[in-house]
Ligand binder design. Structure first.
Ligand code: SF4
Length: 63
């Protein structure tokens, strides 16, 4: 499973606050980086929850 952050992400930072080990603010690009290319099994449910919690549905999960 992979997750991409869409361009229309509003950089609210909620995903970073809730899951700082997975989502990281990139101060150079001002984008949200994902710690993994391939989401580890142990974090898949957390990523799905983060995607559900994103107010603008900017997390695109690819199975
Ligand atoms: S919660 Fe959604 S809109 Fe907010 S920073 Fe994360 S991906 Fe972007």
């Amino acid at each position: 499973m992979r997750v991409e952050i869409a361009d229309y992400c509003i950089r609210c930072g909620i995903c970073i606050d809730l899951y700082p080990d997975i989502f990281i603010r990139n101060w150079e690009t001002h984008n949200i980086d994902v710690a993994y290319d391939e989401i580890p099994e142990k974090d898949k449910e957390r990523v799905k929850q983060a995607a559900a919690d994103c107010a603008v549905a900017a997390m695109i999960i690819k199975e």
